[in-house]
Design a protein around this ligand. Structure first.
Ligand SMILES: *Cc1c(COP(=O)(O)O)cnc(C)c1O
Length: 359
């Protein structure tokens, strides 16, 4: 029976070396690695490239945040904390609220007012979190949370909590386990930059442990209106439809740059229009419905392919993995708005329906 990422990868998680210590889990992880043979050529990948999607929307609360949250809430509980707190663009709050409920702890979440997808908000609310919406953006919310948690007995569960990164690195382990080796390239969206930090750590550790013969080049993608790591300076008013990566001052800035440089990878930006194109494309061609932020790495792969970035890698078969970080149902409004054909009103009779569908 599956029991979640801590039990599965305990030997690589020093904080959880003691199997007798209780953990708080919702059986997160073990998410599918889905081959994407139709999408790959549409993104312009050369024929010798195989593309796989790591679909993190299949976690219990619908995003990869569950991997870090099982670790963070388990440690908070062990320390005897009663309250967890986070700033969130939505998914962190959903995960925190679910895991804290399970641990009989309270959750306080600070959100940027009016900027959080309804699906995510509904999760925090139904799990009983105290939801506080502020006038500022995510970066302002995180500053407040850090100040408060430093002074009061409240556990900070944003990815600045180092055990979150530890939990999240298990996604890289799963990819290596599924492929039998590390991929050659790994693409993912970058917001606060905890996840790119976590994947790079996971890939390094599995290479060091002899489980993989190589480490991938890390390909990080930010939204053009919210691309501090690409521009090299913080953005005061980050702007993008991809709310999960609307972050102007990434907390794991230096680690993200290290992941980029140590892996000989890159961090680039893609426009909202490119993100939305890729968002609809992966849903239509591969049947994977992910939230808009998740399409950033797909849009990014397409942009790189157009610039012939992959052309020099022609001597053998190459593997690209892309993490689709959260489920599309988190933000159904966006899906409905993106599909311009929309819903057609017809009379409730055979003739009208058959005419409409071309028979
Ligand atoms: C949190 C989140 C991100 C950004 O991850 P970081 O670790 O902050 O870079 C991307 N996509 C989704 C769906 C998220 O919830």
């Amino acid at each position: 029976m599956r029991t979640g990422i801590i039990e599965t990868y305990r030997q690589y998680l020093p904080d959880f070396a003691d199997p007798a210590a209780p953990i708080v889990s919702l059986c997160e992880g073990n998410t599918p690695l889905i081959a994407a043979p139709r999408l790959a050529p549409l993104l312009g990948l050369p024929k010798n490239f195989r593309l796989f999607i790591k679909f993190e929307g299949m976690n219990p609360t619908g995003s990869f945040k569950d991997r870090g949250m099982t670790a963070a809430v388990s440690l908070a509980k062990r320390k005897g904390m009663q309250v967890v707190m986070c700033a969130s663009t939505g998914n962190t709050s959903a995960a925190a609220a679910a895991y804290a409920s399970r641990a009989e702890m309270k959750t306080v979440v600070i959100l940027p007012r009016g900027e959080v997808a309804l699906g995510k908000l509904s999760q925090a609310l139904i799990h009983g979190a105290k939801v506080l919406a502020i006038g500022g953006n995510f970066d302002d919310a995180l500053t407040l949370v850090r100040e408060i948690c430093a002074e009061y007995p409240i556990e900070l569960v944003n990815s600045v909590n180092p055990v979150r990164i530890e939990g999240q690195k298990t996604a890289a382990f799963e990819i290596v386990d599924a492929l039998g080796d590390a991929p050659d390239f790994h693409a993912l969206p970058v917001g606060n930059a905890g996840n790119i930090t976590a994947y790079w750590r996971g890939y390094r550790e599995f290479a060091d442990a002899g489980k993989a013969t190589r480490r991938p080049r890390m390909l990080g993608f930010q939204a053009a209106g919210s691309a501090p790591l690409v521009l090299g300076y913080p953005i005061e008013k980050p702007d993008t439809i991809a709310t999960a990566i609307r972050i102007g001052k990434p907390a794991s800035w230096t680690q993200a740059i290290a992941a980029r440089d140590d892996s000989q990878g890159l961090i680039h930006s893609v426009t909202d229009a490119q993100i939305l194109d890729a968002y609809a494309l992966v849903a239509r061609t591969e049947g994977v419905f992910a939230e808009p932020a998740c399409a950033a790495p797909l849009a990014g792969i397409r942009k790189l392919a157009e610039a012939d970035y992959f052309a020099p890698f022609a001597d053998r078969e190459y593997t690209v993995t892309a993490t689709l970080t959260g489920h599309g149902l988190k933000d159904p409004d966006r899906a409905v708005k993106t599909v311009t054909s929309g819903i057609v009103e017809v009379d409730g009779e055979r003739g009208a329906i058959l005419r409409e569908i071309g028979f």
